[in-house]
Design a protein around this ligand. Structure first.
Ligand code: NAG
Ligand code: NAG
Ligand code: NAG
Length: 260
């Protein structure tokens, strides 16, 4: 609720990813607190959106109005309970999980769900879950930092028989900071067979050594894009942009000029 929506809408970004949600045992969806002063909120339960109008309006506002560049909203989620719920009751249209994602899609004007699995790595349930979300009417994206083998396997299985522009797993955001600091987008592109959107971490006081100024971001994106044409670039995360009093416009301009 604190982010400067106007700054984000008008600085050249075309996609936003809400961090982060998770599923609990019964298929309800939580929006977890990641910043001081906020708390966890249940956002979908019993097939209904329960996260409150103010939050829904703020998120929908990203894509509305004539001053916004944003055409796509995603939620990033962890992998908790995906395996259990895909085993029982499965991914059918009458399950609580399916109906909860449908309600969230409508309430937040959601386009995609981003899988930020960093611990479980179960291929079969990941593929089943992605296909369920496809039936809901959502795209599925990933945000790997390691484990190329797992991600290449789920990418090929989820997209089996599908072609551009109908890919279900249609974007790969590659973490190129922290645990993924050594990642090379061109080699991931080769392994996964799809174009990559590398992410860098903006200037921050959490892990300063991974901080990237707009000038540093420009040089990284330019060099990676020369090694193998990318699908775009992006940043982790807007909380740090505001906390460190950085400029959305400067970070957005980098993307607009490198990825024309
Ligand atoms: C939010 O961003 C807009 C556009 O960049 C800027 O004009 C405005 O001052 C910002 N608001 C706050 C509270 O920082
Ligand atoms: C954009 O929307 C605002 C508010 O609805 C309106 O006042 C303005 O004329 C619109 N601008 C353009 C270029 O359509
Ligand atoms: C407060 C703080 O330590 N910020 C750091 C965040 O990361 C940048 C690197 O881009 C450092 O220069 C800052 O000192």
């Amino acid at each position: 609720m604190k982010s400067n929506t106007t700054g984000i809408r008008t600085s050249g970004f075309n996609s936003v990813i809400m961090f982060g949600v998770g599923i609990i045992e019964n298929g309800d969806i939580m929006y977890y607190s990641n910043t001081p002063g906020s708390s966890d909120v249940k956002i979908a339960s019993g097939g209904a959106y329960v996260g409150g109008d103010a939050l829904a309006e703020k998120i929908r506002s990203f894509k509305s109005g004539n001053d916004t560049g944003i055409t796509r909203i995603e939620v990033s989620m962890n992998a908790q309970h995906v395996k259990q719920l895909m085993a029982n009751p499965g991914g059918g249209a009458d399950t609580p999980l399916f109906r909860n994602f449908k309600a969230l899609q409508i309430a937040w004007s959601l386009d995609a769900v981003n899988n930020d699995d960093e611990s479980l790595y179960d291929v079969a349930s990941t593929v089943a879950f992605a296909k369920m979300l496809g039936q809901v009417g959502l795209k599925y994206t990933i945000a790997p930092y390691t484990n190329t083998g797992f991600w290449s396997s789920v990418t090929s299985q989820i997209n089996k028989g599908l072609k551009e522009p109908d890919l279900l797993l249609d974007r790969v955001y590659l973490q190129c900071y922290d645990g993924g600091a050594g990642n090379n987008p061109a080699s991931w592109q080769k392994s996964l067979g799809v174009k990559i959107v590398p992410l860098v971490w903006v200037t921050n006081d959490s892990k300063p050594s991974y901080g990237t100024t707009p000038a540093q971001a420009r040089s990284k994106f330019t060099s990676w894009n020369q090694q193998g044409a990318l699908a775009g670039g992006g940043y982790w995360n807007d909380y740090d942009i505001e906390k460190m009093k950085l400029s959305y416009a400067q970070y957005g301009d980098v993307l607009k000029s490198v990825f024309v």
